[in-house]
Design a protein around this ligand. Structure first.
Ligand code: ADP
Ligand code: MG
Length: 683
C-alpha cells in the first residue's frame, strides 16, 4: 500500500469519526482493519455505502435428485460423505480433491478443484450440499461449489461484485450484521410517493435485497430501490435546473432588422431546424433569463452558422463573444469560416491558441481588454487568467462534451453572467438527453442541409478488403482523400486489434509505397499531431490512419472514404460520429466498417444516416453503457437502476420530483439538504 492511499484512509477514518454516529462501518461485526481497508478501496465508507452495495445476481439453490440429470446441467444435491478421499497437489496453486458420497442410494465420486482446505471437514457421515454437474455414466460429480451443511428447502444466495480481499460468503455475513442497523439509512422517497406506488420502506427493501427468502422479495425490494435511486437522480437535476432558471442574465437589445439582413446574405438557405434554433437562441439573448442552452445537431448539420448568427446578434447588442473549440485545429478552422461569414460586417474576429507567439497573444489580450475584438475564438487558452474581456456577453462551446466542467466555469466568471450556448454533435436519444442535459434548455437540428448525399456504408469482412482498396485507389485518383481508423495503438497480446502502424505497413505494401500516408494517434505530441493533421488538410498525405482522435469535428472536404477496422469495438453512435468525417460536401462518400464477426447492430449504419435514429438503436442494443463515449459525471452511474430498462419509472420520478421541489418540503429535510450540499455546482 502506498503512502497516499494510506493517508487517504487515515483521513477518511477520522472524517467518518467526526461525522460520528452510525455512519461508520468500523464497528460492524466481521469488519476488521484489513476488511475496512478493502472496503475503502471500493469507496465504501459508510453504512449507506455498504448496504447499497447490492448483489448483482442471486444463486438459487434448490436440491434436486440425481434422476434424469444431464451431464452438462448444473444441479444442487444433498449428499452424505462416504469416504473422505484424498487431495492431489498437481502444481503450485492447483490441487484436486476427490472423495466419495452417497445420495439417493447412489455412491459416486466428487471432484473439486483447489479446495484442499475442505479436507478436514469432510468426515464420514457428514451431510453436505454439492453444486455442480453429474456424469451418471462415469459416476463422477464435478463440483464447482460445496456447502458444509444439508440444504433444506430453497435457498437464495446473493452474489456480489468482487471486492478484492473479501469473500462472497464473508460479505454475506457482514451484510447480515449491517442490516441490524438499516433503520439509520435514509429513505429518500417522500412518504407521499411511497404510498402512491405502494413501495415498501427502505429498511425492508435493503433486507429483502441482501437476504431474500424468495424471488418476490427481491422484486419488491428492487421496485423500491430503483424508484428511490431515480428519484434522487432526478432531484439533483431538477434542483440544479431550478437554480439556473433563477439566474438573471443580461437583457439584450437586438436590432431584428439587422439580424434579418445578416441572415439574408448567408450564401446558403438555412434549414428549418437551423432557423428554429436561431429563433430560440435570440429569445434567450433578449430575455432577462440567462441563456443555458444545448444545441444538439448531428455532424454536418450546420451548428456553426447558428452560433455565428447568435454571436452577430450579441455583437449588435453591444457585447463580445467567446467561442471555444476543443482543439487548435478546430479553432483555426472556425476562425476561417466565421471570418468568412461576417466578412461584410465590421465585426472583428480574432483567435487565441496555444501555439501563437507571446507577442501575438499579448496583442490579442490588449485588444480584447480594450474591446477591439468582438468575437474571440480559441481553445481553452481562452481561459488564460490574464485575459480580460471588456464586455463579455455570450459564450459558445463547440463539441461541449470535450470540455471539463471546470473550464466552462472559469470562463463563465469572466463575464457577468454571460449567455451560454453549448454545442454537441453527440446525437443523444431525445429521451436520454432529458436526463443527461436535464438542467439545460435544448435546441435540436435534425435536418441536414439539402444537397448532401447519403454516405454509402458497407459492413465488410477483412477478406473483402480488396474491394475497399480498389475504392481507395479510385478516389485518390480523383484527388480525394481517405481516413482509416483503428481502435487502439498498442496491441494487446490477447486481442487482435489492428494497430495503426501495422495498418500503415499493409497499406504501403498494397500501394507499393506510392501513396503518402499520415499516422495520427493519442501518443503523439501536440505539435506532431497538428502537423500530421495539417498535411492531410492540405492534401500532402492522401490517407490518414488514426486512432479515434480524429473523431472531433475536423472538416476536410475532399475526404470521401472512411474505413473503420474492428468496427464492432465501437458503439453505433461513435461509428456514426466517425463516419461524419466524410460526406462533408456534395461528393459521393463511402464508409466501410470492417469486422470479422457478423454484427447485426452494424447493419443499422448501412440502413441509416440519421444520428438520432442511430443513437436510439444504440441505446436499444447497449443500454446506457458508454453510449456517448462520454460519461458526464459520476452521477451518471447507477447502483440498481438501469435507464433503459427503467425508463418509465424515470419519467414518473421526474414528474414526482418536479412536484416535490415545487412544494419546497425538501428545504426542511436534512437528508435532501445533504444531497444538495454534495452537488457539484459547476456541472
Ligand atoms: P457541424 O454541425 O457538424 O458543426 P458545420 O457547422 O461545420 O457542421 O457545417 C458543415 C458544413 O455545412 C459547413 O461547410 C457549412 O458551411 C455547411 N452548411 C451549414 N448549413 C448549411 C445549409 N443550410 N445549407 C448548405 N450548407 C450548409
Ligand atoms: Mg462543428
Amino acid at each position: 500500500m502506498d503512502f497516499f492511499s494510506d493517508l487517504k484512509q487515515v483521513f477518511f477514518s477520522s472524517i467518518i469519526k467526526l461525522l460520528g454516529g452510525t455512519m461508520n462501518i468500523e464497528h460492524i461485526k466481521g469488519i476488521g482493519e484489513k476488511t475496512l481497508e478493502h472496503f475503502y478501496k471500493y469507496n465504501i465508507y459508510t453504512l449507506e455505502d455498504l448496504l447499497t452495495f447490492y448483489p448483482y445476481r442471486y444463486q438459487i439453490l434448490e436440491p434436486s435428485s440425481l434422476e434424469n440429470t444431464e451431464k452438462d446441467i448444473t444441479i444442487t444435491i444433498n449428499a452424505t460423505v462416504a469416504d473422505p478421499g484424498k487431495v492431489s497437489f498437481i502444481r503450485k496453486n492447483f490441487n484436486t480433491y476427490r472423495f466419495k458420497v452417497e445420495s439417493y442410494g447412489t455412491i459416486f465420486t466428487v471432484v473439486i478443484f483447489n479446495r484442499a482446505f475442505l479436507k478436514p471437514h469432510i468426515t464420514i457421515g457428514k451431510e453436505i450440499t454439492l453444486i455442480g454437474k453429474y456424469d451418471a455414466q462415469k459416476k463422477i460429480f464435478t463440483a464447482n461449489d460445496l456447502k458444509l451443511q444439508k440444504l433444506i428447502g430453497t435457498k437464495i444466495i446473493p452474489v456480489y461484485h468482487t471486492i478484492k480481499g473479501i469473500k462472497n460468503s464473508s460479505l454475506e455475513k457482514i451484510m447480515n450484521e449491517a442490516l441490524k442497523e438499516s433503520k439509520s439509512v435514509a429513505d429518500y422517497v417522500p412518504k407521499k410517493y411511497n404510498e402512491k406506488y405502494h413501495l415498501i420502506n427502505k429498511e425492508e427493501a435493503l433486507t429483502y435485497l441482501h437476504t431474500p427468502k424468495n424471488t418476490q422479495e427481491i422484486q419488491r425490494g428492487k421496485q423500491k430501490l430503483i424508484y428511490e435511486e431515480l428519484f434522487v437522480f432526478m432531484f439533483k437535476i431538477q434542483y440544479l435546473k431550478s437554480l439556473k432558471n433563477k439566474e438573471v442574465g443580461i437583457k439584450k437589445e437586438v436590432p431584428h432588422e439587422e439580424i434579418e439582413k445578416f441572415i439574408d446574405q448567408i450564401p446558403f438557405t438555412l434549414t428549418l431546424d437551423q432557423q428554429k434554433a436561431i429563433h430560440e437562441g435570440l429569445e434567450d439573448l433578449t430575455s432577462s433569463k440567462r441563456m443555458n442552452r444545448l444545441l444538439l445537431g448531428d455532424v454536418g448539420s450546420g451548428k456553426t452558422i447558428v452560433a455565428t448568427v447568435l454571436m452577430v446578434a450579441n455583437f449588435l447588442a453591444g457585447y463580445q463573444s467567446a467561442f471555444m473549440a476543443p482543439t487548435e485545429i478546430l479553432a483555426i478552422q472556425h476562425l476561417k469560416s466565421i471570418r468568412n461569414l461576417v466578412k461584410d460586417t465590421n465585426i472583428h474576429v480574432e483567435c487565441l491558441v496555444g501555439s501563437m507567439s507571446k507577442k501575438e497573444k499579448e496583442n490579442v489580450l490588449t485588444n480584447m481588454a480594450k474591446g477591439k475584438i468582438d468575437i474571440l475564438i480559441g481553445t481553452h487558452a481562452i481561459l488564460n487568467e490574464k485575459l480580460r474581456f471588456q464586455k463579455l456577453g455570450f459564450i459558445v462551446t463547440d463539441e461541449q462534451h470535450r470540455f471539463g466542467v471546470n473550464q466552462r466555469d472559469i470562463l463563465m466568471q469572466k463575464g457577468s453572467l454571460p449567455d451560454m450556448l453549448f454545442m454537441s454533435a453527440t446525437p443523444i436519444p431525445r429521451t436520454y438527453a432529458l436526463t443527461i442535459y436535464g438542467d439545460m434548455d435544448t435546441s435540436i437540428i435534425k435536418q441536414k442541409p439539402s444537397g448532401r448525399k447519403e454516405i454509402i456504408t458497407k459492413v465488410l469482412k477483412e477478406k473483402d478488403l480488396k474491394e475497399v482498396l480498389f475504392k481507395v485507389l479510385e478516389v485518390i485518383k480523383k484527388n480525394q482523400q481517405v481516413y482509416v481508423v483503428a481502435p487502439m495503438i498498442e496491441e494487446n497480446e490477447d486481442t487482435d486489434l489492428k494497430d495503426v502502424y501495422l495498418l500503415k505497413e499493409k497499406f504501403d505494401l498494397a500501394f507499393h509505397n506510392k501513396i503518402p500516408i499520415g499516422i495520427l494517434h493519442g501518443k503523439l505530441k501536440k505539435a506532431e499531431k497538428e502537423e500530421v493533421m495539417n498535411d492531410f488538410k492540405l492534401g500532402r498525405t492522401k490517407i490518414l490512419i488514426s486512432t479515434t482522435v480524429v473523431e472531433v469535428g475536423v472538416d476536410v472536404k475532399e475526404a470521401t472514404v472512411m474505413i473503420i477496422f474492428n468496427a464492432d469495438r465501437f458503439g453505433l453512435a461513435t461509428l456514426h460520429q466517425l463516419r461524419g468525417r466524410v460526406g462533408r460536401n456534395d461528393l459521393q462518400s463511402y464508409c466501410y466498417l470492417i469486422c470479422n464477426e457478423e454484427k447485426e447492430r452494424l447493419k443499422v449504419l448501412e440502413e441509416s444516416n440519421d444520428g438520432f435514429y442511430i443513437s436510439e438503436k444504440d441505446f436499444e442494443f447497449r443500454g446506457e453503457g458508454d453510449l456517448f463515449g462520454v460519461r458526464q459525471s459520476g452521477d451518471m452511474t447507477f447502483k440498481i437502476a438501469n435507464l433503459k430498462r427503467d425508463y418509465n419509472i424515470l419519467l414518473k420520478a421526474r414528474e414526482d420530483v418536479k412536484e416535490f421541489i415545487k412544494e419546497k418540503e425538501y428545504l426542511e429535510d436534512k437528508k435532501y439538504q445533504e444531497i444538495v450540499d454534495k452537488l457539484d455546482f459547476t456541472n
